[in-house]
Design a protein around this ligand. Structure first.
Ligand code: IFM
Length: 441
């Protein structure tokens, strides 16, 4: 592709999440969350915790300055539910809200558009103890949390995303047990957690719409095009099944108010009358997270009789995820074709690699630069072909706490030295900043 110039009003920036960067888990009245419990149970692979993480709670002015210096005009961050409502429902913690108040003011002063995400996985532990995403009782508290956050920040934050990657929460947190809260509930556990997040999201969207008429409302889903590993009918069926679970339950829930036909029988006792209407909402902006495709095959030892991998790919990230920029183009083109081309933005895209700090203290992360370039070109091609893409936010500004992998996987375009908490921009930061400032890839 020859060089492409993005529209002038394109959103450029990064995404982050509270638990992965803030630290300060015991400060100012924050309550416990499921990831605190999961870490305390020794489930983090490198034995680390998020107790300090990037210490963004204290160092956010430096992080906002790095974003400003890079030329960003947008930043998506998440609000820690247990910081704002420590028990998940009930008493509001004014000091928790004060933190986000300061942060939002700082982001706005830097000329950056704050995009708040309500739920990026730090579920208050008392809510999990009451059933978490397995029960419908969580819908009310989530909508109340949305209302509380909007009442305090809604005069300045106009972009509100509800959930981040509900499929990961449901599948890894409740189905397979790799993520907090660590349940192994299999297929039904996954489907319940998916549906109840859809319901909570619908209620929160309505609560926010009632608060302010000038909000841009949306949510964030990580879509992964699913293709069959072979032309065997069982692999083709496995790909269709997993597409229904991973992509369509969250996507068709909010966009169409539909339960995928392939899952209707299994979900018939989970979905109550009126639910389909309750999960549908005419959102203004959909965040799409993209990391790779999924190549599926039939495998009876796994839930839904599926497994994924990609034996044929030649490029891999440090997460052992295949590098497939064409998948991002395909995703955007298919979304345009199948959903009527509503506004979307890339809410996450990036890669972890084994970074090396050179003798001069610099990080020449050539693989991450190539990853970003290839994916930005894919987005450019999609925009050129008429896809309604409003922005690109990389994952992530900082190296951070990568969930069950702890501090061992580095996704940042800025390195964080976890001993000194020093931030060092990598080559990828400079590369991305050039793209942002020129608007060209
Ligand atoms: O770090 C995560 C983020 O929290 C959600 N999306 C994928 C990222 C990389 O695994």
């Amino acid at each position: 592709m020859t060089s492409f110039t993005f529209p002038k009003d394109f959103l450029w920036g990064a995404s982050s999440s509270s638990y992965q960067i803030e630290g300060a888990l015991d400060v100012d009245g924050r309550g416990p969350c499921v990831w605190d419990t999961f870490a305390a149970a020794g489930k983090i692979q490198d034995g680390s915790t998020a107790a300090i993480a990037c210490d963004h709670f204290n160092r956010w002015p430096e992080d906002v300055a790095l974003m400003k210096q890079a030329g960003f005009n947008a930043y998506r961050f998440s609000l820690a539910w247990p910081r704002i409502i420590p028990a998940g429902s009930g008493a509001i913690n004014a000091k928790g809200l004060d933190f986000y108040d300061r942060l939002v003011d700082g982001i706005l002063e830097a000329g950056i558009r704050p995009m708040a995400c309500l739920y990026h996985w730090d579920l208050p532990q008392p809510l999990e103890d009451a059933g978490g995403w397995q029960g419908r009782e969580i819908v009310g508290p989530f909508a109340e949390f949305a209302r509380v956050a909007a009442q305090r920040l809604g005069d300045r934050v106009k972009d509100w995303m509800m959930l981040n990657e509900p499929n990961v929460v449901a599948i890894f947190g409740y189905g397979l047990g790799d993520h907090a809260p660590g349940h192994h509930l299999g297929e039904m556990g996954m489907l319940k957690a998916l549906h109840h997040q859809n319901l909570a999201q619908g209620a929160a969207l309505r609560a926010l719409a009632a608060e302010h008429s000038d909000f841009t409302l949306g949510t964030v889903i990580n879509l992964q095009p699913c293709r069959a590993e072979s032309d065997k009918p069982e692999d083709i069926a496995a790909a269709a099944r997993w597409d229904a679970v991973w992509n369509r339950v969250p996507l068709d829930g909010v966009m169409r108010g539909q339960i995928p036909a392939l899952l209707a029988e299994q979900m018939k006792d989970i979905v109550k009358p009126g639910d389909e209407e309750a999960i549908r909402f005419p959102i203004d902006l959909l965040g799409l997270n993209y990391y790779s495709r999924m190549t599926m095959k039939y495998e009876t030892s796994h839930p839904f009789d599926v497994t994924w991998g990609d034996a044929h790919c030649e490029r891999w990230t440090g997460m052992a995820w295949p590098v497939q920029p064409d998948g991002l183009y395909d995703l955007l083109a298919e979304f345009k074709r199948d959903y009527g081309n509503p506004a979307v933005f890339i809410a996450e895209n990036g890669a972890a690699y084994e970074d090396v700090v050179e003798a001069d203290g610099q990080i020449h992360d050539v693989e991450r630069v190539a990853f970003l370039k290839d994916h930005l070109q894919a987005v450019g091609r999609a925009v050129q072909d008429g896809c309604n893409v409003k922005g690109y936010l990389c994952w992530s500004l900082l190296d951070n706490f990568e969930w069950a992998f702890g501090l061992s996987k580095r996704f940042g375009i800025v390195r964080v030295d976890y001993d000194t908490l020093t931030r060092t921009p990598k080559d990828s930061y400079r590369y991305f900043s050039e793209v942002v400032k020129s608007g060209q890839v």
